[in-house]
Design a protein around this ligand. Structure first.
Ligand code: AMP
Length: 585
């Protein structure tokens, strides 16, 4: 995707005179000093659950509302910090009672609800590592990730367990505890009712595990162009970045009502849907239902949301419905709007300025960075289409890389790879069991992000595209190799190549190109059958939207499928020059 220059859209002047000015923020913040200060106060220990809940309780804020859960139907359920503290103590007690060792990985396959919050905070309290999975994944992505992460515990629902786990559970003898939220009369063998277990657990007020800043806290899966999913390991020290960015970027304070719409299976849903608001002491809304424009506007209005963090696909869906739907609601409480996860069209920024009287503030980060890295701030002019400037304490650059040498590109408006000076507290420490893949991301003291970007003369960063072939569809990162591998399982498929095609709402949609084995002919029926297989194994959110048959697929001399060529042909671009394609270069 080509970056849009600011020249096409008016610059939106800083809209909140009370917000700290960007240069002041940058001069003030030193993340390592913040971490050292926190460690000094905590006697050298650091545990995110302490910062998120117990600390508020000890400081006399236990009876303040932390979360209002909005079920898909029925009345809201409010939880104070004390409620969350008690619930997560009980979850930790369950883990201890079942002999789950410190450092073990607890997976979740859950929607947004109380069980998720009890599980993640309780996991940390027991000194274990939490790995949230996207609940729209089919059985195969779930199995692959739980195998790589050596799952000891799974927290899910009966429906998800039956559909996505039960058939292969025997392959994972190490999975010793499966807890099912939401009850059921006849739970499958080898599972426990989470609510009943919480009821019986006790353990309230127990000491939180004595973790340190470098102890693993989270395992977030992400995808590359090839190979298996990668488990990015994050540590407790990351909480310093969550707290700082909540303050500096989202402009979040205790008096706000905050709503982050991200799914808990992706990194935004954890860092900014759980950790950042809890450590900031800002009450949040958690909507358990799926996207629905009228419902969203009603929530914004009724709950008096002041800070709203959402994503471009949702914003484009709201735009599609038109301005009148928004105008039918009193959204005057909204103070700050932010967006992440995919390129935010400049039109969307201008639209929100017109409709809400405030622009969406785009920001950029990724699974590996653990927190927001580049952002538009309240105290800064917004150039629609730009991701903004590096957050305080982070050095970002556009670079060119030759082997181990990384050279910053100093000429403005020149495309190169986006890189960050390595070593900030929320940086992933490694890909689990993958030292070579980890090492490939670092050179010359820089972390190389895999994204292409430009910096303009004013220091604003502009997203250009991915340097690899991963696909972003509705904000979900999809590894083409994972999809191709599942297509190849189908008895008719000889070879498969998977790409992302531009889509006006989802950003990209997954398209597969397939050649068939001898004895199989392209037909609507074969296509339906292959698509059905992919949806069943991968889940609808990851499976191809469409399949096209080809006699053969283009390959490099070393035998790799040339996805970029497939994309260029599909989009009618010159085959010799695919460098301007998203996923090209
Ligand atoms: P994930 O690791 O799943 O969070 O995906 C991270 C990737 O999403 C980044 O490397 C970018 O390719 C893309 N991305 C995230 N935020 C933005 C943004 N504001 N603009 C453009 N692309 C983004």
């Amino acid at each position: 995707m080509q970056a849009t220059t600011a020249g096409d859209f008016p610059i939106l002047r800083k809209d909140d005179p009370s917000a700290p000015d960007y240069d002041t923020l940058r001069a003030e913040v030193d993340l390592h000093r913040e971490l050292d200060g926190l460690l000094a106060m905590r006697g050298g220990r650091l545990n995110i659950a302490y910062e998120a809940v117990r600390h508020h309780v000890e400081d006399g804020r236990g009876d303040r509302r932390a979360i209002r859960f909005l079920p898909a139907s029925g009345p809201p359920r409010d939880f104070t910090y004390s409620d969350l503290d008690r619930l997560s103590d009980r979850f930790a007690a369950i883990l201890r009672a079942h002999g789950i060792a410190h450092g073990s990985t607890v997976f979740s396959l859950l929607g947004r609800g109380p069980a998720l919050y009890a599980a993640i905070l309780g996991t940390w309290k027991a000194g274990c590592v939490f790995s949230p999975l996207f609940s729209a994944f089919g059985p195969e992505p779930v199995r692959a990730r739980m195998t790589i992460g050596d799952a000891r515990v799974l927290v899910t629902t009966e429906t998800f367990y039956r559909r996505k786990v039960m058939t292969w559970r025997d392959e994972m003898p190490g999975l010793s505890l499966v807890l099912l939220a939401g009850g059921g009369d006849d739970l499958p063998a080898g599972t426990l009712d989470l609510e009943a277990a919480l009821e019986d657990a006790g353990g309230e007020g127990a000491e939180i595990a004595a973790t340190g800043p470098e102890d693993p806290a989270l395992l977030h899966f992400t995808s590359g162009t090839t190979g298996k999913p990668k488990g990015a390991v994050h540590v407790h020290a990351a909480v310093v970045v969550h707290r700082m960015t909540a303050r500096a970027v989202l402009n979040l304070h205790g008096a706000d009502t905050y709503w982050c719409t991200a799914d808990p299976g992706w990194v935004t849903g954890t860092s900014y849907g759980i950790v950042a608001p809890l450590v900031s002491g800002a009450p949040m809304i958690v909507d358990e239902a799926e996207f629905d424009a009228e419902r969203w506007y009603t929530i914004l209005e009724r709950e008096g949301v002041t800070v709203w963090y959402t994503a471009p696909t949702a914003i484009r869906m709201l735009m599609k419905l038109g301005e009148d739907v928004a105008r039918g609601h009193d959204l005057s409480r909204l103070r700050f709007l932010a967006s992440v996860g995919e390129p935010l069209n400049p039109e969307a920024v201008v639209w929100s300025q017109r409709v809400f009287g405030k622009p969406f503030h785009d920001n950029w980060w990724q699974t590996e960075t653990g927190g927001i890295m580049i952002a538009n701030y309240a105290g800064m002019d917004v150039k629609p289409g730009s991701m903004g400037k590096p957050v305080p304490g982070i050095e970002a650059a556009v670079v060119s890389r030759e082997g181990e040498r990384v050279t910053p590109v100093t000429t403005p408006d020149t495309s190169g790879e986006l890189a960050l000076k390595a070593g900030w507290p929320s940086m992933f420490r490694r890909y689990l069991n993958e030292p070579e893949r980890t090492a490939k991301c670092f050179a010359d003291g820089w972390y190389l992000t895999g994204d292409l970007a430009m910096r303009d003369g004013d220091g604003y960063f502009w997203f250009v595209g991915r340097a690899d072939d991963v696909i972003k569809s509705s904000g979900h990162l999809i590894g083409p190799f994972e999809v191709e591998s599942i297509l190849m399982e189908h008895p008719a498929v000889a070879e498969a190549g998977v790409i992302g095609l531009p889509d006006p709402v989802a950003g990209e949609v997954v398209k597969a190109f397939v050649s068939l084995k001898p004895g199989h002919e392209p037909s609507e029926e074969t296509k339906r059958d292959i698509l059905g297989h992919a949806r069943k194994r991968l889940g609808r959110a990851v499976a191809p939207r469409d399949i096209a048959f080809r006699d053969t697929l283009p390959r490099t001399r070393s035998g790799k499928i040339m996805r970029r060529l497939l994309k260029a042909r599909e989009l009618g671009l010159p085959e010799g020059d695919t460098s301007t394609l998203e996923g090209g270069a």
